[in-house]
Design a protein. Structure first.
Length: 180
C-alpha cells in the first residue's frame, strides 16, 4: 500500500474520476467504517465538487484537455475528511480542523508516527520544509470509536510486543475500575 499511496500522492494530473477512484482505494484501509446514515462512505465526483465549493478542498491545480486536474494534496484531504466524518465531525468542524493543516500535518493525522517525504506541489508545513521518513503502522479497531495504532516494526519484536501487552493489561484494569 505504501508504494501505491506515495505514487498517488505525487500525482498532479488526476481527473475528478481518478481522484474518486484513488480515494476509494485507500478508505477501507485507512478510515473506520462509516456508520452515519446521511454520510456517504465513499466520495463521488458530485461530493468532491461540493467539498471544493464549501472550501474543504482547494480548487483543482489546473486543467488539461479541458478537464480539471487534481493533485495528491486533494487525495490526502479527501481521506482526512472521510476519517473525520467517520469520527462524527460535522463539515463545519472539519473545515475548522483542516484549514491550518499542511499536507505533512495531514499525513501525521492519518498516520501517527509515520512521516513522509515532501510531495511535489504540496502545501509546505507552517514551520518550513523538513524531510520525513515513512514508518508503516497497523491500526486495530478495538471497539466503536476506539482504535489502536502500532508501528509494524514493533510487532516484529517479541519483547516490545510483551511490553505493549502489559501496558494494555494495565489499561484494561484501569477501564474496569473506572480510572480511579
Amino acid at each position: 500500500m505504501l508504494e501505491t499511496l506515495h505514487a498517488d500522492l505525487a500525482r498532479d494530473d488526476m481527473t475528478i474520476d481518478e481522484l474518486a477512484a484513488a480515494v476509494d482505494k485507500y478508505l477501507s484501509q485507512l478510515v473506520p467504517h462509516q456508520t452515519r446514515y446521511k454520510v456517504q462512505a465513499k466520495p463521488d465526483t458530485r461530493t468532491i465538487r461540493y467539498y471544493t465549493s464549501r472550501g474543504l478542498l482547494p480548487k483543482p491545480g489546473g486543467t488539461q484537455g479541458g478537464r480539471a486536474r487534481y493533485q495528491g494534496s486533494h487525495l490526502l484531504r479527501l481521506i482526512l475528511i472521510k476519517k473525520l466524518q467517520a469520527e462524527y465531525q460535522s463539515l463545519k468542524r472539519i473545515t475548522q480542523i483542516m484549514k491550518p493543516l499542511s499536507d505533512a500535518d495531514i499525513l501525521n493525522q492519518l498516520f501517527p508516527g509515520w512521516r513522509a517525504p515532501a510531495l511535489p506541489n504540496s502545501q509546505p508545513p507552517p514551520s518550513g520544509g523538513s524531510v520525513f521518513i515513512f514508518e508503516e503502522t497497523r491500526t486495530i479497531q478495538l471497539g466503536e470509536g476506539v482504535h489502536l495504532t502500532v508501528a509494524k516494526s514493533l510487532l516484529g519484536q517479541p519483547d516490545a510486543r510483551a511490553a505493549l501487552a502489559d501496558q494494555l493489561a494495565q489499561l484494561a484494569t484501569q477501564l474496569r475500575n473506572g480510572f480511579t
